[in-house]
Design a protein around this ligand. Structure first.
Ligand code: CUA
Length: 340
């Protein structure tokens, strides 16, 4: 009975592997690079399945033949069986060399094709990996068109985007499973990753190199927008922060700019212009869907919890615990809520 239970448990766990919120590139391709990589994957997979089936086939065939014969092991291999063995080994070696060469060749061809996508970017974003969040700087030749945001990236559909990857601390790795392969982000070694998405949608990006306690909550959500939607988003991001109107919101801004928050965070259009780049820019905080790089939804309740006890939501996060008077906290939240 125990064995039946164990089998059921194993079968259920295996079946549940298919229930991912973030279907991999094999199931939900959204860009030309992912398509090429997926083709390579299936090419490898088919050849490997054939080889696996042949090896097992030969194994079972030999076992079956051994059982058939009632005689003991041959004491002296005959000349004919020696010759058969020689042919068998030669064929196996030849097939191995041929298969390995084919697979290496296919990888090389696909690598070349992937490199072909690395040209003429229309958008350039500097992506800096921090423990445990992503800082984004949208580059432009015009100074007034440069802006910063964090943890959520918007790109226009169908256009080539160059991500200039940097790390401020340890080794990270950036991966958009539906769009492209992984790229390590190594301190002191700048790397580029080109991405292009063929259709609109929201895709998850992950840090895929273990980088410390909160590696799991180091998400970079990717929004692939239509050209118009992207332009509107960009125009909104370039605006300074919304001015507070009510007395409570004004008090909230004072709590922010006269308290500890401005030591690290930037809100453009206020005194909070930041003394370090160790925290996300908050000018348009409420245009984002999550806080803490995917650790919690960006709602007023979670934001309050985050300010009072960030370590309760994301243990080890570098944001210190900043205790607020209840009245100050409510005002601060009222102010943050208007930062659309
Ligand atoms: Cu950054 Cu894992």
């Amino acid at each position: 009975m125990d064995q039946v239970k164990r089998f059921c448990l194993l079968a259920t766990s295996l079946a549940l592997l298919a229930c991912s919120r973030n279907p991999s590139m094999l199931q939900d391709l959204a860009g030309p690079k992912a398509e090429k990589t997926s083709q390579l994957f299936w090419f490898f997979a088919v050849i490997e399945i054939i080889v696996w089936a042949l090896v097992l086939g030969f194994l079972f065939y030999s076992l079956w033949r051994r059982r058939e014969s009632k005689m003991g092991p041959p004491l002296q291999p005959s000349e004919a069986s020696e010759r058969r063995a020689l042919i068998g080994v030669s064929v196996a070696i030849g097939a191995t060399v041929l298969i390995l060469t084919t697979l290496v060749g296919a990888s090389y061809v696909v690598d070349k094709q992937l490199l072909g996508f690395e040209k003429d970017p229309t958008v350039e974003i500097e992506v800096t990996a921090h423990q445990w969040w992503w800082e984004l700087r949208y580059n432009s030749a015009t100074e007034s068109e440069i802006f910063y945001t964090a943890n959520e990236m918007h790109i226009p559909v169908g256009e080539n985007v160059r991500l200039k990857l940097r790390s401020s601390d340890v080794i990270h790795s950036l991966w958009f499973p539906n769009i492209s392969g992984k790229q390590d982000v190594i301190p002191g070694r700048d790397q580029d990753l080109y991405i292009q998405a063929d259709r609109e949608g929201i895709f998850e990006g992950k840090c895929s190199e273990f980088c410390g306690l909160q590696h799991a909550y180091m998400g970079l959500r990717l929004f692939v927008d239509s050209k118009e939607k992207y332009a509107a988003w960009k125009a909104a991001q370039l605006q300074p922060s919304v001015e507070p109107k009510s007395d409570e919101e004004k008090h909230g801004r004072d709590v922010f700019t006269k308290g500890a928050c401005l030591m690290c965070h930037v809100i453009r259009g206020t005194e909070a212009m930041g003394y370090s780049s160790n925290a996300p820019e908050l000018t348009h905080l409420k245009s984002r869907t999550t806080i803490g790089a995917g650790a919690a939804p960006n709602t007023k309740g979670y934001l309050g919890g985050w300010i009072i006890d960030p370590h309760g939501i994301k243990p080890g996060v570098h944001m210190p615990t900043i205790l607020q008077e209840p009245k100050d906290l409510q005002a601060l939240l009222a102010y943050l809520e208007i930062l659309k």
